[in-house]
Design a protein around this ligand. Sequence first.
Ligand SMILES: Cc1ncc(COP(=O)(O)O)c(C=O)c1O
Length: 396
Amino acid sequence: MFELSKRIQNVKSSPTVALNAKAKALAKTGVNVLSFAVGEPDFPTPPAVVDVAIKALQAGKTKYGPAGGSQEFREAICEKLKSENDLSYTPEQVVVGMGAKEILFHLFMALCNDGDDVIVPSPYWVSYPDQILAQGARPICLPLSPDMSTAPLRVEDIKKAGTSRTVGIVLNSPNNPAGFMYSKEMLLELGAFLKTNNWWIISDEIYEYMAFDQKHHSLLSFFPELKDRYFYVNGMSKGFAMTGWRVGYVAGTGPAIKMVRDLQSHTSTCLPPFIEEAATFAIKQGKNLLAKEIDILNGRRRLAMRLLDGIDHVSYVQPHGAFYLFIDVRKALAASTRYKDQNSMRFCEELLSEHHIAVVPGDAFGAPGFLRFSYATDDKSITEGLARFKKALQQI
Ligand SMILES: Cc1ncc(COP(=O)(O)O)c(C=O)c1O
Protein backbone atom coordinates (compact mmCIF):
# COMPACT_ATOMS: atom_id res chain seq x y z
CA MET A 1 0.00 0.00 0.00
CA PHE A 2 1.16 3.53 -0.71
CA GLU A 3 1.74 5.92 2.16
CA LEU A 4 -1.24 8.12 2.94
CA SER A 5 -1.00 11.90 2.66
CA LYS A 6 1.72 13.17 5.00
CA ARG A 7 -0.09 16.48 5.31
CA ILE A 8 -3.36 14.96 6.39
CA GLN A 9 -1.67 12.51 8.77
CA ASN A 10 -0.81 15.59 10.84
CA VAL A 11 -4.46 16.63 11.11
CA LYS A 12 -6.34 15.55 14.25
CA SER A 13 -10.09 15.22 14.52
CA SER A 14 -11.90 18.05 16.27
CA PRO A 15 -11.79 17.45 20.07
CA THR A 16 -14.91 19.52 20.66
CA VAL A 17 -16.89 17.35 18.28
CA ALA A 18 -15.54 14.23 20.06
CA LEU A 19 -16.46 15.57 23.49
CA ASN A 20 -19.97 16.44 22.42
CA ALA A 21 -20.39 12.92 21.08
CA LYS A 22 -19.24 11.48 24.44
CA ALA A 23 -21.67 13.69 26.37
CA LYS A 24 -24.53 12.70 24.06
CA ALA A 25 -23.70 9.00 24.42
CA LEU A 26 -23.76 9.31 28.22
CA ALA A 27 -27.08 11.20 28.10
CA LYS A 28 -28.52 8.41 25.95
CA THR A 29 -27.95 5.95 28.79
CA GLY A 30 -30.37 8.01 30.89
CA VAL A 31 -27.84 10.16 32.79
CA ASN A 32 -28.83 13.81 33.32
CA VAL A 33 -25.86 15.36 31.51
CA LEU A 34 -25.61 19.13 31.35
CA SER A 35 -23.58 20.18 28.36
CA PHE A 36 -21.65 23.43 28.22
CA ALA A 37 -19.46 22.14 25.42
CA VAL A 38 -21.38 23.23 22.36
CA GLY A 39 -20.34 26.11 20.18
CA GLU A 40 -23.75 27.20 19.02
CA PRO A 41 -26.54 29.46 20.24
CA ASP A 42 -29.42 27.48 21.76
CA PHE A 43 -31.96 29.84 20.14
CA PRO A 44 -33.93 28.59 17.17
CA THR A 45 -33.30 30.16 13.77
CA PRO A 46 -35.76 33.10 13.50
CA PRO A 47 -39.07 31.74 12.13
CA ALA A 48 -39.18 34.48 9.45
CA VAL A 49 -35.92 33.10 8.04
CA VAL A 50 -37.26 29.55 8.08
CA ASP A 51 -40.39 30.75 6.24
CA VAL A 52 -38.32 32.26 3.43
CA ALA A 53 -36.46 28.95 3.02
CA ILE A 54 -39.71 26.95 2.93
CA LYS A 55 -41.25 29.26 0.34
CA ALA A 56 -38.08 29.11 -1.76
CA LEU A 57 -38.13 25.30 -1.57
CA GLN A 58 -41.77 25.25 -2.64
CA ALA A 59 -40.92 27.61 -5.46
CA GLY A 60 -38.44 25.05 -6.76
CA LYS A 61 -35.17 26.75 -5.73
CA THR A 62 -33.53 23.36 -5.55
CA LYS A 63 -31.01 23.39 -8.39
CA TYR A 64 -27.37 24.50 -8.56
CA GLY A 65 -26.68 28.16 -7.88
CA PRO A 66 -23.68 30.22 -8.99
CA ALA A 67 -20.33 29.02 -7.58
CA GLY A 68 -19.23 31.17 -4.68
CA GLY A 69 -22.62 32.78 -4.02
CA SER A 70 -25.54 34.46 -5.77
CA GLN A 71 -25.29 38.07 -6.88
CA GLU A 72 -28.16 39.03 -4.50
CA PHE A 73 -26.52 37.49 -1.46
CA ARG A 74 -23.11 38.97 -2.23
CA GLU A 75 -24.72 42.40 -2.73
CA ALA A 76 -26.50 42.08 0.62
CA ILE A 77 -23.19 41.12 2.27
CA CYS A 78 -21.53 44.23 0.79
CA GLU A 79 -24.33 46.41 2.18
CA LYS A 80 -23.87 44.82 5.60
CA LEU A 81 -20.11 45.38 5.47
CA LYS A 82 -20.63 49.04 4.57
CA SER A 83 -23.31 49.84 7.14
CA GLU A 84 -22.09 47.74 10.07
CA ASN A 85 -18.32 47.51 9.59
CA ASP A 86 -17.51 50.62 7.57
CA LEU A 87 -15.84 48.43 4.93
CA SER A 88 -16.28 48.91 1.17
CA TYR A 89 -16.37 45.86 -1.05
CA THR A 90 -17.98 44.97 -4.36
CA PRO A 91 -19.90 41.69 -4.83
CA GLU A 92 -16.99 40.37 -6.95
CA GLN A 93 -14.80 40.64 -3.85
CA VAL A 94 -17.04 38.37 -1.79
CA VAL A 95 -17.10 34.56 -1.87
CA VAL A 96 -19.79 32.48 -0.16
CA GLY A 97 -19.28 28.91 1.00
CA MET A 98 -20.48 26.16 3.32
CA GLY A 99 -19.80 27.84 6.64
CA ALA A 100 -16.86 29.97 7.70
CA LYS A 101 -15.08 26.65 8.28
CA GLU A 102 -15.01 25.77 4.58
CA ILE A 103 -14.23 29.36 3.61
CA LEU A 104 -11.24 29.42 6.00
CA PHE A 105 -10.00 26.09 4.66
CA HIS A 106 -10.05 27.39 1.09
CA LEU A 107 -8.50 30.66 2.15
CA PHE A 108 -5.55 28.92 3.84
CA MET A 109 -5.25 26.74 0.75
CA ALA A 110 -5.04 29.84 -1.47
CA LEU A 111 -2.59 31.69 0.78
CA CYS A 112 -0.13 29.02 1.94
CA ASN A 113 2.72 27.11 0.33
CA ASP A 114 4.60 24.11 1.75
CA GLY A 115 6.76 25.14 4.68
CA ASP A 116 5.15 28.58 5.15
CA ASP A 117 4.42 29.76 8.68
CA VAL A 118 1.11 31.24 9.80
CA ILE A 119 0.93 32.89 13.21
CA VAL A 120 -1.98 31.74 15.34
CA PRO A 121 -2.47 33.57 18.64
CA SER A 122 -3.43 31.31 21.57
CA PRO A 123 -6.00 30.48 22.73
CA TYR A 124 -7.33 29.70 19.27
CA TRP A 125 -10.37 28.16 17.67
CA VAL A 126 -9.56 24.46 17.31
CA SER A 127 -9.64 24.28 13.53
CA TYR A 128 -7.05 26.94 12.62
CA PRO A 129 -3.90 24.88 13.32
CA ASP A 130 -5.24 21.74 11.65
CA GLN A 131 -6.52 23.62 8.61
CA ILE A 132 -3.09 25.23 8.22
CA LEU A 133 -1.32 21.86 8.65
CA ALA A 134 -3.60 20.39 5.97
CA GLN A 135 -2.05 22.84 3.47
CA GLY A 136 1.50 21.72 4.30
CA ALA A 137 2.12 24.97 6.19
CA ARG A 138 3.00 25.38 9.88
CA PRO A 139 0.79 27.00 12.48
CA ILE A 140 3.00 29.02 14.83
CA CYS A 141 0.97 29.24 18.00
CA LEU A 142 1.81 32.16 20.24
CA PRO A 143 2.24 31.71 24.01
CA LEU A 144 -0.76 32.64 26.14
CA SER A 145 -0.73 36.20 27.33
CA PRO A 146 -0.25 36.28 31.13
CA ASP A 147 -3.30 38.55 31.35
CA MET A 148 -5.85 37.66 28.71
CA SER A 149 -8.44 39.97 30.24
CA THR A 150 -6.57 43.18 29.55
CA ALA A 151 -3.97 42.24 26.93
CA PRO A 152 -5.07 39.09 25.08
CA LEU A 153 -2.75 39.72 22.15
CA ARG A 154 0.74 41.16 22.56
CA VAL A 155 2.58 42.67 19.62
CA GLU A 156 5.90 41.77 21.26
CA ASP A 157 4.95 38.05 21.07
CA ILE A 158 3.93 38.39 17.43
CA LYS A 159 7.22 40.10 16.60
CA LYS A 160 9.18 37.32 18.30
CA ALA A 161 7.26 34.61 16.40
CA GLY A 162 7.67 36.18 12.97
CA THR A 163 10.38 34.79 10.66
CA SER A 164 11.24 35.06 6.98
CA ARG A 165 8.85 32.13 6.48
CA THR A 166 5.86 33.90 8.02
CA VAL A 167 3.16 34.58 5.43
CA GLY A 168 0.16 35.41 7.58
CA ILE A 169 -1.55 35.89 10.91
CA VAL A 170 -4.98 34.83 12.11
CA LEU A 171 -7.04 37.31 14.12
CA ASN A 172 -10.20 36.35 16.00
CA SER A 173 -12.24 38.86 17.96
CA PRO A 174 -14.57 38.29 19.76
CA ASN A 175 -12.59 35.21 20.60
CA ASN A 176 -13.50 31.56 20.76
CA PRO A 177 -12.67 30.07 23.30
CA ALA A 178 -11.91 32.92 25.71
CA GLY A 179 -14.61 35.50 24.93
CA PHE A 180 -12.13 38.38 24.99
CA MET A 181 -12.20 41.14 22.39
CA TYR A 182 -9.37 43.20 20.98
CA SER A 183 -9.80 46.75 22.24
CA LYS A 184 -9.56 49.70 19.86
CA GLU A 185 -6.16 50.59 21.37
CA MET A 186 -4.91 47.07 20.79
CA LEU A 187 -6.14 47.11 17.19
CA LEU A 188 -4.36 50.41 16.59
CA GLU A 189 -1.11 48.99 17.96
CA LEU A 190 -1.52 45.78 16.01
CA GLY A 191 -2.36 47.58 12.76
CA ALA A 192 0.65 49.87 13.13
CA PHE A 193 2.82 46.76 13.40
CA LEU A 194 1.13 44.90 10.54
CA LYS A 195 1.75 47.91 8.30
CA THR A 196 5.48 47.24 8.66
CA ASN A 197 5.35 43.75 7.09
CA ASN A 198 3.58 42.10 4.17
CA TRP A 199 1.67 39.28 5.90
CA TRP A 200 -1.79 38.14 4.95
CA ILE A 201 -4.30 39.02 7.66
CA ILE A 202 -7.05 36.46 8.13
CA SER A 203 -9.62 38.09 10.38
CA ASP A 204 -12.34 35.79 11.70
CA GLU A 205 -15.14 38.04 12.98
CA ILE A 206 -17.89 35.43 13.23
CA TYR A 207 -18.89 36.44 16.78
CA GLU A 208 -19.16 40.16 16.03
CA TYR A 209 -22.86 40.38 16.99
CA MET A 210 -22.03 38.93 20.40
CA ALA A 211 -20.12 41.94 21.68
CA PHE A 212 -21.39 42.98 25.08
CA ASP A 213 -19.33 45.64 26.82
CA GLN A 214 -17.51 47.19 23.91
CA LYS A 215 -18.12 47.79 20.22
CA HIS A 216 -16.73 45.34 17.72
CA HIS A 217 -14.27 46.91 15.28
CA SER A 218 -12.69 45.42 12.19
CA LEU A 219 -9.00 46.25 12.19
CA LEU A 220 -9.35 47.15 8.51
CA SER A 221 -11.74 50.02 9.31
CA PHE A 222 -8.80 51.80 11.02
CA PHE A 223 -6.20 50.76 8.43
CA PRO A 224 -7.75 50.82 4.93
CA GLU A 225 -4.23 50.64 3.49
CA LEU A 226 -4.12 46.96 4.57
CA LYS A 227 -7.05 46.09 2.31
CA ASP A 228 -5.05 44.19 -0.32
CA ARG A 229 -3.93 41.63 2.26
CA TYR A 230 -6.87 41.60 4.68
CA PHE A 231 -9.54 38.91 4.54
CA TYR A 232 -12.71 39.53 6.50
CA VAL A 233 -14.33 36.17 7.36
CA ASN A 234 -17.83 35.82 8.78
CA GLY A 235 -20.88 33.58 8.60
CA MET A 236 -24.49 33.23 9.69
CA SER A 237 -23.94 30.48 12.28
CA LYS A 238 -23.55 32.49 15.45
CA GLY A 239 -25.17 35.92 14.98
CA PHE A 240 -28.26 34.52 13.24
CA ALA A 241 -28.51 31.16 15.09
CA MET A 242 -28.06 29.33 11.78
CA THR A 243 -25.27 26.83 12.54
CA GLY A 244 -26.88 23.95 10.65
CA TRP A 245 -27.56 26.01 7.54
CA ARG A 246 -23.82 26.20 6.79
CA VAL A 247 -23.42 29.73 5.48
CA GLY A 248 -20.04 31.49 5.54
CA TYR A 249 -18.31 34.14 3.48
CA VAL A 250 -15.09 36.05 2.96
CA ALA A 251 -14.47 39.53 1.63
CA GLY A 252 -11.08 40.41 0.21
CA THR A 253 -9.32 41.68 -2.87
CA GLY A 254 -6.92 40.44 -5.51
CA PRO A 255 -6.10 37.02 -6.96
CA ALA A 256 -6.52 35.18 -3.63
CA ILE A 257 -10.26 35.86 -3.66
CA LYS A 258 -10.51 34.54 -7.20
CA MET A 259 -8.64 31.44 -6.04
CA VAL A 260 -11.10 30.90 -3.19
CA ARG A 261 -13.99 31.25 -5.67
CA ASP A 262 -12.29 28.78 -8.04
CA LEU A 263 -11.80 26.32 -5.17
CA GLN A 264 -15.50 26.69 -4.28
CA SER A 265 -16.35 25.80 -7.86
CA HIS A 266 -14.47 22.49 -7.44
CA THR A 267 -15.81 21.62 -3.96
CA SER A 268 -19.26 22.43 -2.59
CA THR A 269 -19.87 24.84 -5.53
CA CYS A 270 -22.80 26.75 -4.07
CA LEU A 271 -25.13 26.97 -1.13
CA PRO A 272 -28.46 25.24 -1.68
CA PRO A 273 -30.35 28.17 -3.30
CA PHE A 274 -33.29 27.97 -0.86
CA ILE A 275 -30.79 28.41 1.97
CA GLU A 276 -29.06 31.27 0.20
CA GLU A 277 -32.39 33.05 -0.24
CA ALA A 278 -33.12 32.72 3.49
CA ALA A 279 -29.61 33.89 4.37
CA THR A 280 -30.04 36.92 2.08
CA PHE A 281 -33.27 37.79 3.88
CA ALA A 282 -31.60 37.34 7.29
CA ILE A 283 -28.51 39.43 6.56
CA LYS A 284 -30.71 42.27 5.28
CA GLN A 285 -32.46 42.37 8.67
CA GLY A 286 -29.04 42.55 10.32
CA LYS A 287 -28.29 42.55 13.99
CA ASN A 288 -31.84 43.42 15.03
CA LEU A 289 -33.18 40.04 14.04
CA LEU A 290 -31.81 38.39 17.18
CA ALA A 291 -31.33 41.47 19.38
CA LYS A 292 -33.65 40.12 22.08
CA GLU A 293 -31.89 36.76 22.20
CA ILE A 294 -28.47 38.38 22.35
CA ASP A 295 -29.72 40.42 25.29
CA ILE A 296 -30.77 37.17 26.99
CA LEU A 297 -27.29 35.79 26.29
CA ASN A 298 -25.84 38.83 28.00
CA GLY A 299 -27.99 38.09 31.07
CA ARG A 300 -26.68 34.52 31.13
CA ARG A 301 -23.14 35.80 30.86
CA ARG A 302 -23.67 37.95 33.95
CA LEU A 303 -25.30 35.06 35.82
CA ALA A 304 -22.42 32.71 35.02
CA MET A 305 -19.85 35.32 36.04
CA ARG A 306 -21.64 35.96 39.33
CA LEU A 307 -21.77 32.24 40.13
CA LEU A 308 -18.13 31.73 39.21
CA ASP A 309 -17.13 34.65 41.42
CA GLY A 310 -18.42 32.55 44.33
CA ILE A 311 -16.09 29.61 43.60
CA ASP A 312 -12.69 29.53 45.31
CA HIS A 313 -9.37 29.07 43.51
CA VAL A 314 -10.69 29.71 40.01
CA SER A 315 -10.60 32.83 37.87
CA TYR A 316 -11.74 33.54 34.35
CA VAL A 317 -10.91 35.73 31.40
CA GLN A 318 -13.22 38.79 31.24
CA PRO A 319 -15.78 37.68 28.64
CA HIS A 320 -16.66 40.75 26.58
CA GLY A 321 -17.96 38.79 23.60
CA ALA A 322 -18.93 35.43 22.04
CA PHE A 323 -20.69 33.11 24.52
CA TYR A 324 -17.89 31.42 26.41
CA LEU A 325 -16.26 31.67 29.80
CA PHE A 326 -12.65 30.57 29.84
CA ILE A 327 -11.99 29.32 33.34
CA ASP A 328 -8.48 29.13 34.75
CA VAL A 329 -8.33 26.06 36.99
CA ARG A 330 -4.55 25.85 37.31
CA LYS A 331 -4.52 27.01 40.93
CA ALA A 332 -7.42 24.76 41.91
CA LEU A 333 -5.75 21.72 40.30
CA ALA A 334 -2.35 22.49 41.82
CA ALA A 335 -3.97 22.70 45.27
CA SER A 336 -5.77 19.36 44.81
CA THR A 337 -4.49 15.95 45.80
CA ARG A 338 -5.20 14.19 42.50
CA TYR A 339 -4.44 16.81 39.87
CA LYS A 340 -1.06 18.17 40.90
CA ASP A 341 0.03 17.74 37.28
CA GLN A 342 -2.70 20.28 36.38
CA ASN A 343 -4.06 17.90 33.76
CA SER A 344 -7.22 19.71 32.70
CA MET A 345 -8.04 17.05 30.12
CA ARG A 346 -8.28 14.35 32.79
CA PHE A 347 -10.24 16.74 35.02
CA CYS A 348 -12.78 17.35 32.21
CA GLU A 349 -13.19 13.60 31.80
CA GLU A 350 -13.96 13.34 35.52
CA LEU A 351 -16.37 16.30 35.31
CA LEU A 352 -18.29 14.40 32.65
CA SER A 353 -18.18 10.88 34.07
CA GLU A 354 -18.64 11.74 37.78
CA HIS A 355 -20.47 15.06 37.82
CA HIS A 356 -22.21 14.84 34.46
CA ILE A 357 -21.19 18.21 33.12
CA ALA A 358 -19.52 18.60 29.75
CA VAL A 359 -16.98 21.39 29.32
CA VAL A 360 -14.08 21.50 26.88
CA PRO A 361 -10.49 21.28 28.18
CA GLY A 362 -8.36 24.28 27.26
CA ASP A 363 -5.78 21.89 25.76
CA ALA A 364 -7.94 21.85 22.63
CA PHE A 365 -7.36 25.58 22.24
CA GLY A 366 -3.67 25.70 23.13
CA ALA A 367 -4.39 26.54 26.77
CA PRO A 368 -3.90 23.59 29.15
CA GLY A 369 -5.15 24.39 32.66
CA PHE A 370 -8.25 26.18 31.35
CA LEU A 371 -11.81 25.01 30.67
CA ARG A 372 -14.22 26.43 28.12
CA PHE A 373 -17.74 26.81 29.44
CA SER A 374 -20.42 27.81 26.93
CA TYR A 375 -23.26 29.78 28.52
CA ALA A 376 -25.47 29.50 25.43
CA THR A 377 -27.98 27.53 27.46
CA ASP A 378 -30.77 28.28 29.93
CA ASP A 379 -30.32 29.90 33.36
CA LYS A 380 -31.40 26.77 35.22
CA SER A 381 -28.74 24.62 33.54
CA ILE A 382 -26.07 27.27 34.13
CA THR A 383 -26.96 27.46 37.83
CA GLU A 384 -27.10 23.69 38.28
CA GLY A 385 -23.99 23.11 36.15
CA LEU A 386 -21.86 25.58 38.07
CA ALA A 387 -23.10 24.11 41.37
CA ARG A 388 -21.87 20.71 40.17
CA PHE A 389 -18.60 22.30 39.09
CA LYS A 390 -18.14 23.86 42.55
CA LYS A 391 -18.80 20.52 44.21
CA ALA A 392 -16.34 18.77 41.89
CA LEU A 393 -13.63 21.28 42.81
CA GLN A 394 -14.30 20.71 46.50
CA GLN A 395 -13.86 16.97 46.04
CA ILE A 396 -10.52 16.94 44.27
C1 LIG B 1 -14.04 31.28 15.76
C2 LIG B 1 -14.83 30.46 14.82
N1 LIG B 1 -14.63 30.59 13.50
C3 LIG B 1 -15.31 29.87 12.61
C4 LIG B 1 -16.25 28.95 13.00
C5 LIG B 1 -16.95 28.15 11.94
O1 LIG B 1 -18.28 28.51 11.81
P1 LIG B 1 -19.22 27.95 10.67
O2 LIG B 1 -18.46 26.99 9.84
O3 LIG B 1 -20.37 27.33 11.36
O4 LIG B 1 -19.62 29.16 9.86
C6 LIG B 1 -16.49 28.75 14.36
C7 LIG B 1 -17.45 27.72 14.80
O5 LIG B 1 -17.48 27.30 15.92
C8 LIG B 1 -15.78 29.53 15.29
O6 LIG B 1 -15.97 29.39 16.61
